[in-house]
Design a protein around this ligand. Structure first.
Ligand code: FBP
Length: 552
C-alpha cells in the first residue's frame, strides 16, 4: 500500500483513553449503579426482554480487576453507513482483548450483519489491524445494511457462534442496529447460548443520543469536514459576490448535522426539519423565508449567500409528505408495472395527474421537472419513494427563483440570483477521524471488551463527560433496553431505541435561533478550516459546538 505522510503519521497516533482505563487491564474494576427502566412503555418492554431488562448501569473504576479468567472469542460487525472512527472501535476492542490474554481471538464478520449469517469472516492479527489504526472508512471488514431481526436469523447466528466458540458479538451501528443488538442479546440469553452482545453507538447523523449517550461517533469528524468546505464556499461567495450556494447536508430525517454546520459557519440560511414539522411550514412559507433573505441582502448590494438544507427536510413539509404518500399508493404493487410500461414522460405525467388528488397534483405541478421525475425513479425495498435521493437543494433554489421572479414583476426586488448546488454527505463519512473521534472510538471499543470480560450482555458501550479532556471521560455501560420505547413500524408495535431529533427548546437550536435573523441579512460567516490532527489541544481536540452547548 502506498502511504501518504499523513497516513504514516496517523499510524503513530496513540488514542487517548478515559483516565480510569489507562492503568492497564489488571486495574480496571466495575462499579454497579442502580437498576434501570426503559424511557417509556416499561411494562411492554419488560415483557419483551425478560432476560435483559432492568439491568444496572455500570461504570469502570481504577481497582483490582475481578473478572473471570476465560478465553474470549469475540466477533465484531460494522452495520449501516460509514462513520469516521469505526476502525478505531475495532482497534480498541482488539487491543483490550489481546492485553487481557494473547489466547483471545477477534473475528471480523464481513460486509455487515450478513457476514455473521453467511459465516463470512476474517481473524484479526497485529499485521492486519495495524494498517487501519486512526484511519477513516469501514473497509477493515466492510459494512452493510442487512437487519438482524428474525428468529430464523438469530438461530443461524447462534449456530455460527457455536461453530467458532464465540463468546460475544459486538455490533457497531446506529439506533436500528443497536435495537437489533438488544433483541439478539435477549434471544441468546433466552436460549442459554452463553453468547453476550454489546453495542457501540455509531452514526454521522448524530441522532443516536440521549441522557446516557452524549453523541454517536463520526458526527464530530463528518460535521467538521462539511463545515470546512462550507466555510470555504462562504469565503468564495464573499469574494466573488455573485452566487447563492444551496448546500444539502446528510443526516436523514434529523437535522443535527445541518445545525452543527450552521453553528460552525454561520450561513445566511439553515433550515431545520424538526422546526418545519413543528410549525407545519408549507413550501410557500419556506420559499418566502429564503427569498426574503435573498431580497434583503440584494438591497444591500449582496447578491450572494449560503443556504444549508438538511437531507430529509422535504419529508417534513406537510403537503409534500401527503404527495409522497399518494405516490406510494399510486405505484403500489402491479400499478408500478403499468406506469413503467408507459412510453414517455408525457404519458406518465397524464397517469400521475389522473391518479393524484387535486391538492397533491397542485404541489406536484409546481416542482421542477427533474424533481418530478426523481419521485418516480428510485424506490426503496418496500416500494417507497427514497426521499433522501430528492435533490432538495435544487428544489428550493428553483422555488426561490420563481418567488423572486414574481417579486421582480411586482417591482419589489431588483437583485440578481445565480444559484449553485452542492450535496455534502459521502465526503465526510470516511474522513480520517478527528482526534476526538479517534479517541472516543478507541475508548468505545476498549470499553466494549471490558463489558464482555465482566459478563455483561445487552449493553451499549458508554463513554461520557465528552466535552471535557479525555482523561476525565467516564467509561461504563448502559442496558440498551433503557433507551427503548414502543413505536409503530411497518404496521406493528415494535420495541426500538428512541431516535433523537433536534430539540427546539435545546441549547444548540436556541443559540442558532437567537442569531439567525442577523445571519440571514448580514455576512457573518466563520471559517473553521480543515481538521487539525497535530498541534495545540485547543485546536486539535475540540469537539462539536452542539456538544459544547449541550454541556455548557
Ligand atoms: P447510518 O444511519 O447507518 O449511520 O447512515 C447514515 C447515512 O449516512 C445518512 O446520513 C444517509 O441518509 C444514509 O446513511 C445514506 O445511506 P447509503 O450509504 O445507503 O447511501
Amino acid at each position: 500500500m502506498n502511504l501518504t505522510p499523513l497516513q504514516k503519521a496517523r499510524y503513530e497516533y496513540q488514542p487517548k483513553l478515559p483516565g480510569m482505563l489507562r492503568n492497564g487491564i489488571a486495574e480496571i474494576c466495575v462499579k454497579e449503579g442502580s437498576d434501570t427502566q426503559s424511557v417509556a412503555d416499561q411494562e411492554k418492554i419488560k415483557a419483551l426482554f425478560p432476560n435483559t431488562y432492568g439491568k444496572k448501569e455500570i461504570t469502570f473504576e481504577k481497582g483490582q480487576n475481578t473478572s473471570e479468567a476465560k478465553k474470549q472469542v469475540v466477533g465484531v460487525i460494522l452495520s449501516g453507513g460509514q462513520a469516521p472512527g469505526g476502525h478505531n472501535v475495532v482497534c480498541g476492542l482488539y487491543d483490550a482483548l489481546k492485553a487481557t490474554s494473547s489466547d483471545n481471538v477477534l473475528y471480523g464478520f464481513k460486509n455487515g450483519p450478513i457476514g455473521l449469517l453467511e459465516d463470512d469472516y476474517l481473524v484479526f492479527d497485529d499485521e492486519y489491524i495495524n494498517q487501519f489504526r486512526n484511519t477513516g472508512g469501514f473497509d477493515i471488514i466492510g459494512s452493510g445494511r442487512t437487519k438482524l431481526e428474525t428468529e430464523e436469523q438469530f438461530a443461524v447466528a447462534a449456530e455460527v457462534c457455536k461453530k467458532h466458540g464465540i463468546t460475544a458479538i459486538v455490533i457497531i451501528g446506529g439506533d436500528d442496529s443497536n435495537t437489533n443488538a438488544a433483541v439478539l442479546a435477549e434471544y441468546f440469553a433466552a436460549h442459554k447460548t452463553g453468547v453476550q452482545v454489546i453495542g457501540c453507538p455509531k452514526t454521522i447523523d448524530g441522532d443516536l443520543k440521549n441522557d446516557d449517550i452524549e453523541c454517536s461517533f463520526g458526527f464530530d469528524t463528518a460535521t467538521k469536514t462539511y463545515s470546512e468546505v462550507i466555510g470555504n464556499i462562504e469565503r468564495d461567495a464573499n469574494s466573488a459576490k455573485k452566487y447563492w450556494h444551496f448546500i444539502k447536508v446528510m443526516g436523514r430525517s434529523a437535522s443535527h448535522v445541518a445545525l452543527e454546520c450552521a453553528l460552525e459557519t454561520q450561513p445566511n440560511i439553515c433550515l431545520i426539519s424538526e422546526e418545519v414539522a413543528e410549525k407545519k411550514m408549507s413550501f410557500a412559507q419556506i420559499t418566502d423565508y429564503i427569498a426574503d433573505s435573498v431580497a434583503k441582502r440584494a438591497e444591500k448590494g449582496m447578491n450572494f449567500g449560503v443556504a444549508l438544507i438538511p437531507e430529509g427536510v422535504v419529508e417534513f413539509v406537510p403537503e409534500f409528505s401527503v404527495l409522497i404518500h399518494e405516490i406510494n399508493e399510486l405505484l403500489a404493487g402491479a400499478k408500478a408495472d403499468a406506469f413503467n410500461a408507459l412510453p414517455g414522460w408525457k404519458e406518465k405525467y397524464e397517469f400521475i395527474k389522473n391518479g393524484l388528488t387535486k391538492e397533491s397534483f397542485d404541489v406536484f405541478a409546481i416542482l421542477p421537472e427533474t424533481i418530478q421525475q426523481q419521485l418516480f425513479l428510485e424506490r426503496d425495498p418496500h416500494g417507497n419513494v427514497q426521499v433522501s435521493l430528492i435533490e432538495s437543494e435544487k428544489l428550493f433554489s428553483a422555488m426561490v427563483k420563481a418567488n423572486l421572479d414574481e417579486r421582480k414583476k411586482a417591482g419589489t426586488y431588483k437583485g440578481k440570483f445565480n444559484p449553485l448546488h452542492h450535496f455534502f454527505g459521502y465526503e465526510g463519512r470516511c474522513a480520517f477521524p478527528s482526534n476526538f473521534d479517534a479517541d472516543y472510538c478507541y475508548s468505545l471499543g476498549y470499553n466494549a471488551f471490558m463489558l464482555i470480560q465482566y459478563g455483561y450482555t445487552g449493553y451499549l458501550s458508554k463513554v461520557s463527560n465528552l466535552s471535557k479532556p479525555a482523561d476525565e471521560w467516564v467509561a461504563g455501560g448502559m442496558p440498551i433496553t433503557k433507551m427503548m420505547n414502543m413505536e409503530r413500524r411497518h404496521g406493528e408495535d415494535k420495541p426500538v431505541i428512541k431516535k433523537a431529533l433536534v430539540e427546539l427548546d435545546g441549547k444548540p437550536f436556541t443559540y442558532f435561533a437567537e442569531r439567525r435573523d442577523q445571519w440571514a441579512v448580514e455576512t457573518c460567516y466563520t471559517f473553521p478550516g480543515a481538521i487539525q490532527y497535530f498541534g495545540p489541544s485547543e485546536v486539535c481536540d475540540l469537539t462539536t459546538r452542539t456538544l459544547a452547548l449541550e454541556k455548557a
